[in-house]
Design a binder for this molecule. Structure first.
Ligand code: SF4
Length: 119
């Protein structure tokens, strides 16, 4: 299998070509080793940051914006979204508060990216 990717590990954005044959992975186009790691993860276990709103009770706003503090496996995004949609948190919430610790055992915390005061 051959795959074309753009490395997003730094602003240069090298265009990568990834060759996969069984467990053998070769990468061309990367200017540094981070490009190889990025390409390897993309073809073996792609990860993404998750940004999502969480319902708030007793707050001046009904939702608080959140994000994971590190990428989580792409294959777990759907499960994480449906879990987070079922949550309700109590105001007040401060920017940076941990809303969910170790989200679905991914090692990532879901953190508030804004403050929501109590009504
Ligand atoms: S391969 Fe290295 S230099 Fe190129 S975009 Fe990725 S991190 Fe930046």
């Amino acid at each position: 299998m051959t795959k074309k990717l753009t490395c997003i590990s730094c602003p240069i954005g090298c265009e990568l070509t990834v060759y996969v044959e069984g467990d053998d992975i070769k990468v061309e186009g990367n200017r540094c080793p981070r490009g190889f790691e990025y390409a390897k993860n993309e073809v073996t276990n792609p990860q993404r940051m998750l940004t999502i709103s969480v319902k708030v009770e007793n707050g001046v706003m009904d939702l608080v914006s959140t994000r994971t503090d590190r990428p989580i496996p792409k294959k777990m995004l759907e499960e994480a979204i449906s879990y987070i949609k079922g949550l309700k948190v109590q105001a007040p919430i401060k920017r940076g508060d941990i809303i969910v610790k170790d989200l679905l055992n991914t090692g990532a915390n879901l953190i508030a990216t804004r403050t929501v005061l109590k009504k």
